[in-house]
Design a protein around this ligand. Structure first.
Ligand SMILES: Nc1ncnc2c1ncn2[C@@H]1O[C@H](COP(=O)(O)OP(=O)(O)O)[C@@H](O)[C@H]1O
Ligand SMILES: [Mg+2]
Length: 244
């Protein structure tokens, strides 16, 4: 493996480009099951006919697992927003519409979001009373049958050279309520820019014809679930949002 060209560095992982392949290398302490689950979800999405980078392999080198995928030439929606700040509204509107279209894909191959969220809330650092309250609220909400990528954010969508959207980063994908997917996107925007988060939710609700309050109900629940895997700096914010 020739790991010369770094394209992204994150806590616990580094993404490299090698000719027409992308190699996502995880630190040696990264959970093996999380890595394999990400690759499995990517393979499931590919087999379901979704527009995703082809999974080319999983390898282990120097004690580190790596997911190898097809390289997609193009720009992420995050790049496009950064290059066109005056067009942010229009881009966010199209991004929300894209997510809505994506949520309508076949989801039968994915695990149930409700089960994943419940497991994560149980593992979170919240006190028992808050965990039980959130799990109770989760159980009262409709299950849903939408494709929930649960990390649908501008850096995870590449617009390829033909103008087609390709969705990356499948570690959290599941089958559930579209509102839960929107709540997780809202939270991911919130860490970057509150104004963008508000604009996103406005466009999402308008285009999906959904009530904002139904997404807001899911924000503490999804924040609690996300607090388990997010970076330490974000965890406290998520835990606070979970008990609002
Ligand atoms: N298959 C790919 N083709 C082109 N660029 C990619 C590909 N996979 C990842 N990238 C780039 O690397 C970045 C990080 O990859 P990603 O899988 O989203 O990692 P993370 O889990 O750390 O967010 C993406 O935002 C994108 O810019
Ligand atoms: Mg990503």
């Amino acid at each position: 493996m020739n790991l010369d060209k770094i394209i992204a560095v994150r806590t616990g992982k580094t993404v490299y480009k090698e000719t027409d392949r992308v190699i996502k290398v995880f630190d040696s302490d990264y959970s093996k099951s999380d890595i394999l689950n990400e690759a499995l979800n990517q393979a499931r999405a590919e087999e379901a006919g979704l527009n995703v980078p082809k999974l080319l392999g999983i390898e282990k080198e120097d004690g580190k697992w790596a997911i190898i995928s097809e390289y997609i030439s193009g720009k992420t929606v995050a790049d496009i927003i950064a290059e066109n700040p005056d067009k942010t509204d229009e881009i966010l509107k199209r991004f929300a519409e894209l997510q809505i279209a994506f949520q309508r894909n076949n989801t039968s191959v994915f695990a149930r979001l409700r089960d994943k969220v419940e497991r994560r809330i149980t593992r979170s650092q919240l006190d028992e009373k808050s965990k039980n309250r959130l799990i109770g609220e989760l159980c009262e909400l409709p299950d849903g049958d939408s494709l929930c990528h649960c990390d649908f954010s501008p850096s995870n969508v590449i617009i390829d050279e033909k103008g087609n959207p390709v969705v990356l980063d499948w570690s959290h994908a599941a089958r559930g309520a579209a509102e839960a997917d929107a709540a997780s996107t809202y939270l991911r925007f919130l860490f970057e820019d509150r104004l963008k988060a508000e604009k996103y939710i406005y466009f999402y609700c308008k285009s999906a014809d959904k009530k904002r309050e139904n997404i807001e109900k899911l924000i503490p629940i999804m924040a609690a679930a996300m607090s388990v895997s997010r970076y330490a700096s974000e965890r406290n914010v998520l835990l606070r949002l979970a008990v609002l």
